[in-house]
Design a protein around this ligand. Sequence first.
Ligand SMILES: Nc1ncnc2c1ncn2[C@@H]1O[C@H](COP(=O)(O)OP(=O)(O)OP(=O)(O)O)[C@@H](O)[C@H]1O
Ligand SMILES: [Mg+2]
Length: 366
Amino acid sequence: MRITEIEVANYRNLKQQQVLPHGGLNIFVGNNAQGKTNLVESVYLCCIGKSPRTDKDKDLVCWGKDHAVVKVQYQCRFGEGEIAIDLFANKKKQVAINSVPIAKMGELMGYLNCIYFSPNEIRIISQSPQERRRFLDIDLCQMDKGYFYSLQRFNKALQQRNTLIKQCMSVEQAKQTIFVWDEQIAEEGAKIFAKRRAFCQKLQTIAQSTHQKLTEGEESLTAQYVSQINGQTTQEIRQNYLALLEKSLEKDFQLRHTSVGCQRDDVMLKINDVDVRNFGSQGQQRTVALSLKLSELQIFKQLTGEYPVLLLDDVLSELDLNRQKRLLNFDSNLQILLTTATPLADELATKCKTFQIVDGVCTETK
Ligand SMILES: Nc1ncnc2c1ncn2[C@@H]1O[C@H](COP(=O)(O)OP(=O)(O)OP(=O)(O)O)[C@@H](O)[C@H]1O
Ligand SMILES: [Mg+2]
């Protein structure tokens, strides 16, 4: 997959303009605060319908303006496509795929596939389980629309269960109606669990060899999905899930929230059998984040038949030259949009298209 044109207007500090990336490596160079991250963020918005930096869409509209536009044209193995997003300061955004407006954000998933890598992504490794679940969810939503809708229904049912627990005066009172939510949670939770676990199994195999290559065979990486839920078939998982919810009701009532289930799961990442989150050095954590990103590319390729677009926001300076090379020469069929404040080493910047970003305006320089 490759992006052929990005059109923006009033998106954060970006002025109205068109950017024409080529199929390989595209480098966006600029000083701090010129709009580099804003540009890749606008592309990612067209991919998952959300900014990786904020949940507030109105923050994406240039201050003082009431309307912003992002339009991305792309080519994939099925042909060409266009995602257009209109953002407003005072109302909900509108998304159109090939000029047809969509009613639900889930419809956007799977059209323009991108992997986003920024220094913040180290959070996947170093911070709470929520970050690792978010990492799985973003990928799975792009690969599988059904997953996106399961997640939506799951979150809604979980919220309802939590509200009910808070409102009831006793466990007995909660028992009268809670089964409605328990059944929905178990139904969708079983699908989420099974898909996340399968994804982690794939990730484990690919990430292990990717990481070994990146560390010249010194480190062995494992990624395991950790959950209180278990079972093989979806039916079995669903029954286990339901039993778990029923068993924890009293405890949940005391805690005033649901303490078991998918919303508590984690991915255990280990290097040479040691937990990376607690004991990995910063460099190790960064390399694991990179291994995961490269593995995501390969999983997408296996599943969809082509690479997604790789968005690299300011991550190069964090890696040594060897790792930079491996990343940028990953595969000639991979389109990369890379931002950097410092120009790349000459040996890295071959066969690339370079752009300069100054005060929200992007100009091609090579
Ligand atoms: N809604 C908005 N309207 C106008 N400007 C905004 C808006 N949101 C953010 N900005 C500004 O856009 C500018 C560029 O931000 P961006 O994050 O793209 O910088 P950058 O080029 O990636 O810099 P760095 O190298 O420091 O990462 C910042 O000065 C920021 O304050
Ligand atoms: Mg930036």
